[in-house]
Design a protein around this ligand. Structure first.
Ligand code: SAH
Length: 212
């Protein structure tokens, strides 16, 4: 495996992995990933791989970020809810494309660092919340899009209820690390339509009621 060392080579790696949406490719190209990784990993910031961000969490692999962003079919009218801010890398990409991003993270230090990055990048259409996102954000619902960046056991019903009819949710589902599938769920009038976008590997979505 060869390392990917700058934004141009990263973009080419994403194209090689089948990402076709120009807006997604250009947005990822424009966001400095080195800002979102710990200093010790800065030299590896443009590798197409996940990296540790502390507290046993990771910044997602760029291909996975691109796949999820592309699957969401975004535009500048979208109001999106993100569960699992982590480093804020995915959040920043969403903020460039969408009207407003609501993002929830249950690790305070990670959220504070992410907020600092949003300030540095002048992203002022992101609303953050510290806490358990598995219940969504009722006061701000409904959302036209929802993205979950941690693996759920099943498609979370509470979140589906907070999604507009015609809206899209992208969520990794599966208990085992090796058998998580990235699902795209479309909410129809009386039904949902689910597509399997392939295997992925995410840290678990932790509900604070079950956390120790
Ligand atoms: N998209 C992020 C990846 C985050 S990793 C990035 O690119 O950096 C998943 C994140 O989800 C972790 O930070 C974890 O703390 C958070 N998380 C897990 N369960 C959660 C929950 N119930 N509510 C909010 N955040 C949660």
């Amino acid at each position: 495996m060869s390392g990917v060392l700058d934004a141009d080579t990263l973009k080419n790696a994403l194209i090689g992995d089948g990402i076709t949406d120009e807006t997604v490719l250009d947005t990822i190209h424009a966001i400095p990933r080195e800002l979102f990784v710990p200093a010790a990993f800065r030299e590896r910031a443009y590798e197409n791989s996940p990296l540790p961000i502390g507290l046993h969490q990771t910044i997602s692999q760029p291909t996975v970020v691109a796949m999820m962003t592309q699957a969401l079919e975004l535009n500048d009218r979208v109001k999106i809810l993100e569960i699992g801010t982590g480093s804020g890398y995915q959040t920043a990409i969403l903020a460039k494309i969408c009207r407003r991003v609501y993002t929830i993270e249950r690790h305070k230090p990670l959220l504070s660092e992410a907020e600092e990055r949003f300030r540095t990048l002048g992203l002022n259409n992101i609303v953050t919340r510290y806490g358990d996102g598995s219940m969504g954000w009722k006061e701000q619902a409904p959302f036209s899009r929802i993205i979950v960046t941690a693996a759920a056991i099943d498609v979370p019903h509470v979140l589906l209820e907070q999604l507009d009819v015609g809206g899209i949710m992208v969520v990794p589902v599966g208990l085992e690390e090796r058998t998580q599938h990235l699902l795209r769920v479309r909410k129809l009038e009386d039904d949902i339509e689910t597509e399997d976008l392939g295997l992925v590997r995410f840290v678990p979505l932790v509900s604070d009621e079950e956390a120790g």
